[in-house]
Write a protein that binds this ligand. Structure first.
Ligand SMILES: C[S@@+](CC[C@H](N)C(=O)[O-])C[C@H]1O[C@@H](n2cnc3c(N)ncnc32)[C@H](O)[C@@H]1O
Ligand SMILES: O=C(O)C(=O)C[C@]1(C(=O)O)C=C[C@@H](O)C=C1
Length: 246
């Protein structure tokens, strides 16, 4: 379904939430809003083919309607893998479960309606945070990454995709502007772009690439790299090294 949520003037613009109306249009919204989204989803599948090991767990934290899970599941060839998707939006979880059940697979998937800060992560070969960390309060981000690091097995991978801010004001303005041009090219009006931006202001706090790298390293990851960037959006991989002390 087409996203027209911000197309008419909204008198009292509240904070953006992943409610019923957002969940309904979400695939169209994210596809038209995030440059490179499809490439990232495809690459998550390619990474799953390389990193997922037999008899391990795979987590998609903030899985929304399950695009990342489907991509991983299609590429997992090893046996005994359990995929766990987590999202605290009930309307997203409902659609995710329904969508996944339409495809046959031998790899089981469990979708939990829960807060990613509360779940246990263990025996993981791959963890995905695809545009989710930016919605956590900044003070909670390090603890989540530490929990992920501890739950990963050696050689396990974390994929972290985010919208970024840039410390150079000129570059920051340029990349935000290019993102808005991208959204306009995808059919969003000036009003839609600006109302969504205001709605996101209090709920989505973005970090710089340098902040993400530092935080990942602080959490324990020694191998961290940005593998994709388009304008102010991108995706990083962080690998738990083989000779990790933890
Ligand atoms: C931008 S969407 C993620 C998109 C999705 N990963 C994909 O690739 O299609 C962010 C998701 O994170 C979920 N979310 C945000 N904070 C959360 C939290 N603390 N616990 C669980 N889910 C959360 C939201 O409900 C939303 O579905
Ligand atoms: O639409 C925007 O401007 C965004 O920042 C995109 C973004 C995201 O980065 O997660 C914000 C909220 C929606 O979940 C989909 C995409």
């Amino acid at each position: 379904m087409k996203d027209t949520l911000f197309s008419a003037p909204i008198e009292k613009l509240g904070d953006f939430t992943f409610d019923e109306s957002v969940a309904e249009v979400f695939p169209d919204m994210i596809q038209r809003s995030v440059p490179g989204y499809s490439n990232i989803i495809t690459a998550i599948g390619m990474l799953a083919a390389r990193f997922v090991t037999p008899h391990s767990n795979v987590y998609d934290l903030g899985c929304s309607r399950g695009a990342g899970i489907l991509s991983m599941r299609r590429h997992i060839q090893v046996e005994g893998v359990q995929i766990i998707g987590v999202d605290n939006s009930a309307p997203m979880v409902e659609r995710c479960r329904h969508h996944l059940s339409a495809f046959h697979s031998t790899t089981p998937v469990e979708i939990l309606c829960d807060d990613i800060r509360c779940i246990e992560i263990k025996n993981a070969s791959m963890v995905v945070l695809n545009f989710t960390l930016q919605f956590l309060p900044p003070d909670d981000r390090l603890a989540l990454l530490q929990k992920i690091y501890q739950g990963l097995e050696p050689n396990g991978v974390l994929v972290l995709s985010e919208k970024f801010t840039f410390t150079d004001e000129h570059i920051n303005t340029l990349l935000i502007d290019l993102h808005h041009t991208f959204k306009r090219a995808n059919g969003y009006s000036e009003l839609e772009v600006s109302q969504k931006r205001t709605a996101l202001e209090n709920v989505m706090r973005t970090d710089s690439i340098a902040t993400h790298k530092q935080r990942l390293e602080q959490a324990g990851f020694s191998q961290v790299e940005l593998w994709f960037q388009c304008f102010n959006f991108g995706s990083m991989v962080a690998i738990k090294s083989n000779n990790s002390p933890l």
